[in-house]
Design a protein around this ligand. Sequence first.
Ligand code: NI
Length: 166
Amino acid sequence: MAMLDILEFPDPRLRQVAAPVTTVDADARALAEAMIETMYAAKGIGLAAIQVNDRRRVFVMDTSPGQDQPQVFFNPEIIERSGAQVGEEGCLSIPGVVADVERADAIKVRALGLDGQAFELEADGLSAVCIQHEIDHLDGKVFLDRLSPLKRRMLQKKYQKHRQQA
Ligand code: NI
């Protein structure tokens, strides 16, 4: 299966806002499958379509210990959130940089699966973080946007250095 190219910050295309899919058709399923392969190849736990320059509102995730339980979320929507947690986040579009980000601790998300059927999922811990991070991508946001201006500038410098060396 063809690997997809992952856009890297500060590519302006990462600022696009994704559009809901009307139906989960064969083409949408093929996109999700290619995104899963690309996520595994890049050793990530989540990937949003915006990151592979596709504006459809879909992300894939696998937070299972064995990396053998991929999940697909078309048109994801967080319908409940509670509590707060601070955890270290990285991003396949911002390689070499991690930072502590505050997120809701527990969420309930509604989406369409690979089969086109609606489902709801309650998540906490790492899965809740990942879902919030990926939905941010679909809204044109990256995790750096959630940091203080000072911290963001520091990390952007570090990132530029990392890119020059790469
Ligand atoms: Ni990301």
